[in-house]
Ligand binder design. Structure first.
Ligand SMILES: [Zn+2]
Length: 243
């Protein structure tokens, strides 16, 4: 019963480092491991099982302890719901049979797996977020593929390209910004694709939902998220998604 005894959510919310360092046996190494575990990403669904956003594990545990959310676990292609209490009780089984599938929060009084998906039980309180136009989200939308040669690159090897160059009046918009590899960007120079005789592999678009969710799908740890994501949106080839 993590909420009852340890005040887990409160404890984590307020200075996890200081709190945990104070416990006997907490080494600096285990503290930093815990801190990173609490940064693990959790997909939040609304009560109709539609994905809303991603939060870190701290926030997820806070919502679970307030009973404003429940854990949704994908088990043998069915969805199983857990309260924070029943999720904590499931830890023994999980540790015995599927320890590697989970990130673990381990404190002197609690061992509990970080859920990958939670579902809000009340009405949606979280406002629908407008997807921010920033480099990270453009890279995520384009799945780290150069939109001219179509090849996959690491983030460092990519640049942002204004399709219509700024000197020709092109703006900073979802429809005018794409990922391009250094080579294609240099080849294109200060020209439009037409002027440079280059073609985009697809028309850029404004994402309806935070594209960072797509990036997470590249990691096998987050495959269970896939069940909840709108198929029409996920046209990006997942095998090319960055890890
Ligand atoms: Zn390229």
């Amino acid at each position: 019963m993590p909420c009852k005894h340890g005040g887990l959510a409160v404890q984590m919310k307020s200075k996890p480092h200081a709190q945990l360092a104070g416990h006997a046996g907490a080494t600096p190494a285990s503290t930093s491991v815990l801190a990173s575990v609490l940064d693990a990403k959790v997909l939040v669904l609304n009560r109709h099982f539609a994905p809303l956003r991603i939060v870190d594990a701290r926030r997820a545990f806070t919502m679970l302890c307030r009973a404003s959310a429940e854990v949704v676990s994908v088990e043998s292609d069915t969805y199983v719901s857990y309260s924070i209490q029943s999720w904590a009780q499931a830890a023994e089984f999980q540790r015995a049979f599927e320890a590697d599938d989970h990130d673990w929060v381990t404190t002197p009084s609690i061992v509990i797996a970080v859920p990958k998906i939670i579902r809000l039980l009340g009405y949606d309180r979280l406002p629908r977020e407008l997807v921010k136009l920033n480099r990270r989200n453009i890279y995520a939308r384009d799945a780290n593929r150069c939109q001219y040669c179509g090849k996959h690159f690491t983030t460092r090897e990519l640049t942002l390209d204004h399709i219509v160059p700024r000197v020709q009046g092109g703006g900073n918009t979802w429809e005018n910004l794409v990922c391009a590899c250094v080579r294609c960007n240099a080849r294109k120079g200060g020209r439009t694709p037409k002027q440079a005789h280059m073609a985009l592999i697809r028309a850029p678009f404004r994402p309806r939902r935070n594209p960072a969710i797509t990036v997470r799908l590249g990691s096998s740890r987050y495959q269970s998220w896939k069940n909840f994501l709108d198929e029409a949106y996920w046209t990006i080839d997942l095998s090319d998604a960055p890890q």
